[in-house]
Design a protein around this ligand. Structure first.
Ligand code: B12
Ligand code: SF4
Length: 605
């Protein structure tokens, strides 16, 4: 029996590959042994080679994406050396375009499957395994019937084929292939991010993206989806990420899915992640999402830019007012994590224009604002804009923008540092109140200006070249605050600001990183208020104000246990309120399963 190995190099250990699982299942009935091997791009090449060799595959299929293609190119000739007779097939979005170049530059590759691969792979394997129509040099004896296959002829020429989509012949609106996951692997992968697909294709055509390259949008029938969702829930998986390009492309398709997810039992811990076009949500959908149990879903919303001219260049339409209104509605019940994206380096997006996009999105106060850099994907329409906007980009993966007619490389490099700073602070949920206070008081509400000046400071210190501990992040922000020039906005570092900053930073330290990083230079006051704290925990405060009045079902166990789950901190200003004023505030910080959950004001003075 032929031994087939489907190999994926994931971006991180916590990720999984959906494609290799589909391929394993597409070939499961073929009287072959079909297995998957998942490694990461951080594995050491000799170890990778050893792992592949251990399987001694007759046929090796490698999944190629932007994040692993450079590694794949390094590994290919080594595999050919140690497994000279193995048939090597590559597939995935990274090799579905410019395929002739790829095969010529990588002689170890025998076949490339272009576009959606399930059917092409079945055809190819029938030719190789069943009909044995392959020469000892791994050339096909008969031309393949599948149009999605690129292959070599005896004289070395490459026949390129074309990228294909998998259609259900009887009903081209649906895609109905085998489910990707199997029971036997779930115990091993349930803590990782599991990808799942209920539609293929995207109704939109953004120039920088590949997702519009396939024909139309096809959906997985609801009865299949329901069973598959049950499978994930039954296996108690941590997170299912829908890879549907625009999850809300068709209400008829997605509404039953989110309604079903909403109704799952409270004991279900699975989190479902969707990428949506938020401006297209209607009231019924919003209200379903608003009534989800806390943490059940998380949403990713691509905005990319708020500049209308830039949007035009990339053939994208954003309805800004609808975006703002709907995001605000979705935030109302604080029951889901909302993640927005911007892309740096889009055509016509100058530094000033990016600053505006950044500020527009920052004002929406979503949980995360991810800043990505434009990539030039083979097969995307972005390639047609290279000349017009004088783009320079990396010739090797990840094909990232280096400069264009409005941003030079120095600016792009600096924006990389800004992105790093923004990840470490804002997107990691650190120093949120402190930075907002600084933005408002010292930078006239201009978040981009604040992050720009802080980035300059960061770069001066050389911090962008070092790894910085979470605890030191507080110190650097404080030093930056101390060094702000006094002249521009008056008494920037006056005594009141220092007091407020100390209070806000203590609050921030207790809400980020599970409250574990408490910078020593701040004025922690646990000792000072020991009597009040003890009275609270021992229920010696007036009726309803002690621990058992505030925490449902509270019972004193021991101090160690208590300190793990709770912390009481006293503030001289109202840190927990929208408006910060001088008034004493005692707050109880509650950590659930080691993660900050909420704070409650105590009537303790
Ligand atoms: C999951 C995902 C990720 C995950 C990676 C998960 C992992 N395993 O490590 C994360 C979040 C890390 C990620 C990051 C990025 N991603 Co991404 N991501 C995806 C996403 C949403 C799903 C991929 C997927 O599983 N699709 C479902 C599978 C079944 O479809 P498929 O990938 O097309 O596979 C089919 C065929 O291609 C083929 N096939 C695939 N492999 C193989 C192997 C063989 C042997 C064969 C024969 C066939 C074959 O058969 C499959 C079934 O038909 C896609 C968009 C999408 N919805 O597809 C983008 C996508 C793959 N990502 C993309 C990009 C650009 C990025 C980023 C660069 C974005 C950024 N930050 O700027 C980063 C790069 C990260 C890095 N470290 O450098 C592009 C990639 C284009 C490319 N040439 O690879 C895509 C297509 C989105 C887009 N904008 O167009 N991404
Ligand atoms: S960026 Fe999103 S909306 Fe635009 S084509 Fe890609 S998947 Fe579709």
């Amino acid at each position: 029996m032929k031994n087939i190995l489907w190999l994926a190099f994931n971006a991180k250990y916590s990720h999984t590959s959906l494609a290799v699982r589909y391929l394993r299942q597409a070939t499961a009935e073929m009287n072959v042994s079909s297995n998957i091997l998942e490694l990461t791009i951080n594995n050491y090449i000799p170890d990778i080679l050893s792992e592949i060799y251990e399987h001694k595959p007759d046929i090796l299929g490698i999944s190629c994406y932007i994040w692993n293609i450079e590694l794949v190119k390094q590994v290919l000739p080594l595999v050919r050396k140690v497994l000279p007779d193995t048939v090597i097939i590559c597939g995935g979005p990274e090799v579905s375009y410019e395929v002739t170049n790829f095969m010529q530059a990588n002689p170890a590759v025998d076949f490339v499957v272009r576009g959606e691969a399930e059917e092409t792979v079945q055809e190819l394997l029938k030719a190789i395994v069943i009909r044995q129509e392959i020469t000892p040099d791994r050339l096909l004896i008969q031309p393949p019937s599948a149009p999605g296959l690129a292959y070599r002829l005896g004289d070395g020429t490459v026949v390129a084929g074309k990228a294909v989509t998998v259609l259900d012949e009887d009903n081209p609106r649906y895609f109905t292939g085998a489910f990707a996951y199997i029971d036997g692997e779930m115990a091993e992968v349930k803590e990782k991010i599991l990808y799942y697909e209920t539609s293929r294709g995207c109704p939109f055509s953004c120039a920088y993206c590949l997702s519009c390259a396939t024909k139309g949008v096809r959906f997985r029938p609801w009865d299949m989806v329901r069973q598959e969702l049950d499978f994930f829930v039954r296996h108690d998986v941590r997170q299912v990420k829908f890879v549907d390009r625009t999850f809300n492309a068709s209400k008829e398709h997605f509404l039953p899915i989110i309604q079903y997810i909403k109704e799952l039992p409270a004991s279900c811990r699975t989190n479902f992640h969707f990428e949506i076009a938020v401006d297209y949500l209607d009231e019924e959908t919003i209200s379903t999402l608003q009534s989800m149990p806390k943490g059940r879903v998380q949403l990713e919303i691509g905005i990319q830019t708020t500049n209308p001219r830039v949007l035009q260049h990339i053939s994208r339409v954003n309805h800004w007012e609808d975006i703002c209104r709907n995001i605000k509605e979705l935030q109302k019940n604080h029951n889901m994590h909302i993640h927005t994206d911007l892309i740096i380096g889009l055509p016509g997006e100058s530094m000033e224009s990016f600053g505006q996009s950044f500020n527009d999105l920052y004002a929406l106060k979503t949980d995360m604002l991810q800043l990505g850099f434009l990539k030039f994907l083979k097969g995307s329409a972005m390639m047609d804009l290279v000349e017009e906007f004088d783009y320079k980009y990396m010739d090797i993966g990840p094909y990232e923008v280096l400069s264009n007619n409005v941003l030079d490389y120095g600016q792009i490099r600096w924006l990389h540092i800004l992105e790093q700073v923004f990840e470490l602070y804002h997107n990691a949920g650190r120093c949120l109140k402190t930075t907002d206070y600084m933005i408002e008081k010292f930078f006239d509400g201009n978040a981009f200006e604040f992050y720009s000046r802080f980035t300059d400071y960061w770069e001066q210190l050389g911090n962008h070249k070092r790894s910085i501990s979470a605890r030191d992040l507080y110190k650097y922000l404080w030093e930056f605050f101390e060094k702000l020039p006094v002249s521009d906005v008056g008494q920037r570092t006056g005594p009141d600001h220092r007091l407020v900053m100390d209070n806000l930073m203590r609050f921030d330290a207790l809400t980020a990183d599970s409250g574990q990083n408490r910078p020593e230079f701040l004025n922690w006051n646990r000792e000072k208020y020991q009597a009040q704290t003890a009275a609270f925990w021992r229920d010696k405060l007036p009726e309803g104000k002690g621990a058992s009045g505030i925490i449902a079902g509270f019972q004193f166990t021991n101090w160690r246990e208590l300190n793990k789950k709770y912390h009481i901190e006293f503030f001289e200003v109202t840190v927990a309120d929208e408006v910060v004023e001088r008034r004493q505030q005692g707050l109880l910080f509650i950590y659930t399963r080691g993660v900050y959950d909420r704070s409650v004001e105590l009537d303790i003075f």
